[in-house]
Design a protein around this ligand. Structure first.
Ligand SMILES: CC(C)(COP(=O)(O)OP(=O)(O)OC[C@H]1O[C@@H](n2cnc3c(N)ncnc32)[C@H](O)[C@@H]1OP(=O)(O)O)[C@@H](O)C(=O)NCCC(=O)NCCS
Length: 223
């Protein structure tokens, strides 16, 4: 099963709680950065490489790097209880798709799944192999994420859909704004109006990004 002493790297400030309760496969391919925390009762698979950045939190009952490909976690990201992050699966063109089939008959597909910086994945969500979660995005509880998610987007449901975006508020905090309101705000592509709505706290580039974000989503939804 391996133990934390067999990890490729673990920063002295990182914490792995109750490691005797967890499963670490291919620990020699697991790297954990400074100030990160991995709770007990997790399954981490090194696969072709599992890199956990700085200040990352992985809660109990998470399965990370299922399928044995590559997973990268950006700094300040986190997974709530029961999250599954997959990076591989059997090649479904083969009849032999059980992991217990003889090894010479298995054709696993290995991909790279990337969790950006400042991302949170809420309880029991599943991230499918090869998906990239953009900077600062939020994945709602129970979602199944089948496609890439852009920066600051909020995605929920099965399959996950983008339902909103994180925005900067005048008091320096961030809030979730849902699509109907975003559409209304961005309808005229008036950057100054968008900025004024948030007390001019939003930098101009961010307001431009927000308008483009809504534009793109709207275009994707029109058949
Ligand atoms: C992402 C999240 C924070 C959004 O919360 P929120 O902004 O307060 O959402 P609201 O409750 O205002 O709901 C907004 C809409 O989204 C829907 N919704 C909320 N969460 C949802 C989810 N996870 N999946 C699907 N739909 C969801 C609501 O039903 C509502 O829809 P409606 O407008 O048609 O009624 C929430 O979905 C979530 O995942 N919370 C984390 C819970 C968790 O995992 N806690 C334990 C570890 S910290």
């Amino acid at each position: 099963m391996g133990d934390i002493h067999s990890f490729a790297y673990i920063d002295p400030s990182a914490r792995v709680l109750d490691p005797q309760l967890s499963i670490f496969l291919q620990p020699e391919r697991i790297r954990i950065g400074a100030h990160s925390r991995v709770d007990g009762l997790v399954k981490l698979q090194g696969g072709e490489g599992l890199t956990i950045g700085k200040h990352v939190h992985i809660a109990s009952h998470c399965t990370i790097n299922a399928g044995g490909g590559t997973v990268e976690f950006g700094d300040h990201s986190g997974c709530s209880n029961g999250v599954v992050i997959a990076s591989g699966m059997p090649d479904l063109s083969s009849l032999y798709i059980s992991a217990a089939d003889p090894i010479e008959r298995q054709w696993p597909l290995h991909l790279k799944t990337v969790i950006g910086k400042h991302v949170v994945i809420f309880a029991n969500a599943t991230i499918l192999p090869g998906v990239k979660l953009g900077y600062g995005c939020i994945i709602g509880a129970g979602a199944v994420v089948t496609k890439d998610v852009p920066a600051f987007a909020v995605a929920m449901g099965v399959p996950a859909r983008i339902v909103g975006r994180r925005v900067n508020q005048a008091d320096g905090t961030m809030a979730i704004e849902y699509l109907p309101k975003l559409r209304d705000l961005a309808a005229e592509r008036d950057i100054e109006r968008v900025r004024a709505h948030y007390g001019n706290a939003m930098p101009e580039q961010m307001a431009v990004d927000l308008v483009n974000f809504v534009d793109e989503l709207t275009r994707e939804m029109v058949p």
